[in-house]
Design a protein around this ligand. Structure first.
Ligand code: AMP
Length: 564
């Protein structure tokens, strides 16, 4: 058994490496040094994941519970823990400092530690399993107790990574790509094979273990399991109808329905529905289950589509859909109160056959063949054309019908799970831009280490004049501009906490974005989806930036699509 401290040391080492090739090598070497079960756990841990996305087990530890547990484990009041988090800008470092304090003061909690009991990677995982499984009365106490046990046992830097894992944010820069490459390197298989197995199973742990135990043969045998979600193909923002048509030649045009994405698995009579975030939402959508049961002729299938609410013939507010998804009580009442329609637009699997390698035209044919449409079950209309005017007309009709715009798909394209590629492009009206003041920033990483790489934006509360944070912008800024901005903002730094910076609020950015989302993370209560810097507004005073009221209004007006 490998101690958790070995993993903590590897994480610490990785944090100090900037090149991804070197990180991959470190991860690969570590994978080779641990046993099969630990390999499965570690392949997820190292990217900040405890359970596979499709697992019914959910850790669900929020900052509140983490701070309460750290307070108990360290003997410090919660207030001090919060201060430590603020000071360090990181829950991991705060946990380490809090626990160091505990050791210094030898608080009564020290008795919790079982002498000579080294925490292994499996021990940590099993505690997380206990936490995820705790339910009903007393579950809160069980969860805190298990987490407290881990902190009490932690030595050296272990507390850093236990805390970060507990909130499932390891922040060491290891993502799916690096784990995929590390598995390939450690067990001498190709990245493409690892990638495909991962796409089909959605569990890096299982992929790593199979690869080690059964080599390339085993890896290639891994397949879709009905009832476990696969990653959805995603869309990119298009540069406009004309350039897309010019580039693609002929395009498959469909309405971009204003609803919520679903992935539906039919396995005989067993139907499972997953949300965009791969949560199992079957129980809250019995009407969709019967639509599938009655309307899909294939014995087994995996279908992709959008669930839409209609009110007076128009797509209803997104909030209505939210009332249906994940509903646990009065589901039947909600079914009749908020009826849903399903628009299917793709099929990834039919009767034991994976369809990823069929092009869109073929898949659509297969989809049409297995659907018996009804008043509520539809296959999205699709027109293949190379005429810009035809696309424009469909776009206008979709907007008139209250939908978001159109999707332009490459008819020749394969289904690429998890990819936000150029084969699905969305066309929708741009939102207005916002003028926001920059109140903070963060030093970049790697190549951008000498530059301030992202900027914290804020709107203004008009009555109090207080600036309220709305998240960061970091994309859409060229290196030249970053350098120029860094020079300007360097003079405005008030506080530096690690890589985090607070600025005198002086410079205003005009920011474009895709939509406004509610967000508990920022004190404005809102965040921008896909923000990009349009320009620096030197003609604007910080007190003239957009107000919270305007943002609230825009949020209400925009129909508020979010991933659910
Ligand atoms: P976005 O969420 O803005 O990235 O846009 C992509 C989303 O549009 C997908 O995840 C679907 O939920 C939704 N969508 C609506 N209609 C379609 C369609 N005809 N084809 C694909 N996606 C669609």
């Amino acid at each position: 058994m490998t101690s958790f401290n070995d993993l903590a040391l590897i994480c610490e080492r990785i944090e100090n490496i900037s090149g991804s090739l070197e990180i991959t090598q470190v991860v690969a070497d570590f994978f080779l040094s641990i046993d099969d079960k630990e390999l499965e756990i570690t392949s997820r841990f190292i990217m900040g994941q405890i359970f596979p996305v499709w697992s019914p087990l959910q850790l669900g530890i929020g900052p509140g519970m983490l701070y309460a547990t750290l307070s108990r484990a360290s003997g410090l009041p919660v207030r001090d823990i919060k201060e430590l988090v603020k000071k360090n800008g990181d829950v991991g470092l705060a946990a380490k400092e809090a626990m160091a304090n505990n050791n210094k003061t030898q608080s009564t909690f020290a008795t919790f530690v079982e002498e000579d009991n080294v925490l292994s990677i499996t021990d940590v995982y099993m505690r997380f399993v206990n936490i995820a499984k705790a339910s009903g009365k007393g579950s809160q106490a069980t969860r805190i107790r298990n987490l407290q046990f881990l902190f009490a046992q932690a030595v050296h830097t272990e507390a850093v990574y236990i805390a970060r894992l507990a909130i499932e944010e390891l922040r060491i820069g290891v993502g799916e790509g690096i784990v995929r490459d590390a598995i390939a390197r450690a067990f001498d298989v190709t990245k493409d094979d690892v990638e495909m197995a991962y796409i089909l199973t959605n569990d890096m742990g299982m992929v790593a273990r199979e690869t080690r135990l059964k080599g390339i043969e085993g890896l290639r045998k891994m397949d879709i399991t009905l009832g476990r979600p696969i990653k959805q193909m995603l869309a990119q923002i298009s540069s406009g109808i004309e350039p897309v048509v010019r580039e693609m030649g002929s395009v498959a045009v469909e309405w971009k329905f204003d609803g919520a994405r679903v992935q539906i698995h039919k396995d005989g009579n067993n139907i499972t529905i997953f949300s965009r975030r791969m949560e199992d939402v079957t129980d809250s959508l019995p009407d969709i289950v019967s639509m599938i049961r009655n309307g899909i002729t294939a014995k087994s299938a995996i279908l992709d589509g959008e669930v839409v609410v209609f009110e007076d013939e128009k797509p209803g507010a997104f909030q209505q859909i939210l009332k249906r998804f994940r509903r646990k009580y009065d589901v039947d009442i909600m079914v009749s109160k908020i009826p849903l329609q399903l628009f299917l637009f793709d099929i990834m699997y039919i009767n034991g056959m994976n369809l990823f390698n069929n092009n869109l035209v073929l898949r659509r044919q297969q989809l049409l063949e297995c659907v018996n449409p009804s008043a509520t079950l539809n296959v999205s209309e699709q027109v293949i054309t190379s005429d810009v005017q035809v696309v424009n007309n469909i776009y206008m009709t979709a907007l008139d019908a209250g939908h978001e715009g159109v999707m332009l798909k490459n008819p020749e394209s394969l289904y690429s799970p998890g990819k936000r590629g150029k084969n699905w492009l969305k066309v929708k009206p741009l939102m207005e831009t916002l003028d926001l003041v920059v109140i903070g920033g963060e030093w970049g990483e790697g190549r951008r280490a000498q530059m301030i790489g992202s900027y914290q934006l804020a709107c203004i509360e008009s009555t109090t004049g207080q600036f309220l944070s709305m998240g960061r912008v970091g994309t859409g800024i060229t290196d030249d501009l970053l350098l120029e901005l860094t020079l300007r903002f360097k003079d405005l730094i008030i506080i530096e906490r690690g890589t985090e910076l607070d600025f005198v609020p002086e410079i205003v950015f005009e920011v474009a974005f895709e939509e406004i989302q509610k967000s508990p993370t920022y004190n404005s209560g809102y965040a921008l989806r896909f923000p990009r810097l349009v320009r620096v507004r030197d003609d604007r005073d910080p007190n003239e930036v957009d107000t919270l009221e305007r943002i609230e209004q825009l949020y209400i007006n925009q129909k508020g699509r979010v991933d659910i």
